[in-house]
Design a protein around this ligand. Structure first.
Ligand code: SAM
Length: 206
């Protein structure tokens, strides 16, 4: 799957739709979570850093993780011009990523639908967070299989019903689950719109 993203990396940011989406998600995260300069965050599936770059000035550091080398190369290059925050690009699959660091929060934009086992994903995120740490995950609310114009290779989920995410997150030890639509993508060629949600929750403090 990473090869498709490797190929797309060089032109990823040319899409106004992607830039607008990342901007809307960044704003929604800032509205939902009190970000501060003592926070170290992880961006899962960071891509070229559209979300990382939008919020990095609000926190101390962002570890930007992606399993596509092409995406990470683009992000590394762009992040040289970002000031006010330490950005640490890492090429890795989130499901096998290991570190001794525990993050204050984990953000993610449009990546979860590429990860087959959502239960295992939330358990993994919980293992990477400080007690009381947050997740802020944006993805498609509902997709009838028509969202991805180049086909559905590597797409494991067609949207995420709110109740499913609440159940999965609670099972992994999260509380205070909140789900809201924060952006709508209109695709004229498809004759329909696709809602994008932001799901937030906190890991139970020990
Ligand atoms: C649709 S792109 C979104 C990129 C970026 N977040 C954005 O909003 O522009 C999904 C990204 O998730 C990455 N990805 C997919 N599965 C992954 C995994 N298991 N571990 C790490 N990254 C993954 C892909 O390489 C790709 O860059």
């Amino acid at each position: 799957m990473s090869s498709r993203f490797d190929e797309a990396a060089g032109t990823w940011d040319a899409s106004a739709r992607r830039r607008e989406l990342a901007g809307a998600i960044g704003k929604a995260i800032e509205a939902a979570i009190a970000l501060d300069q003592d926070m170290d965050l992880l961006d899962v599936g960071a891509g070229t850093g559209l979300l990382t770059g939008g919020i990095c000035a609000r926190v101390r550091s962002i570890t930007a993780l992606d399993d596509s080398g092409g995406m990470i190369d683009e992000l590394r290059e762009k992040s040289r011009n970002w000031s006010g925050c330490r950005v640490v690009p890492i090429k890795a699959d989130i499901m096998t990523f290991r570190t001794d660091q525990r993050f204050h929060g984990i953000v993610s934009s449009m990546t979860m639908h590429h990860i087959r086992d959502t239960d295992a994903f939330f358990v993994k995120l919980a293992s990477l967070l400080e007690p009381g740490g947050f997740v802020a995950i944006a993805d498609l609310a509902d997709d009838d299989g028509t969202f991805h114009e180049h086909g559905n290779e590597g797409v494991c989920h067609f949207g995420f019903p709110r109740e499913d995410l609440d159940r999965v997150a609670r099972g992994a030890g999260f509380t205070g689950c909140c789900w809201e639509v924060v952006h709508t993508i209109r695709k004229e060629g498809r004759g329909r719109s696709y809602d994008v949600f932001l799901f937030t929750a906190r890991l139970e403090p020990v």
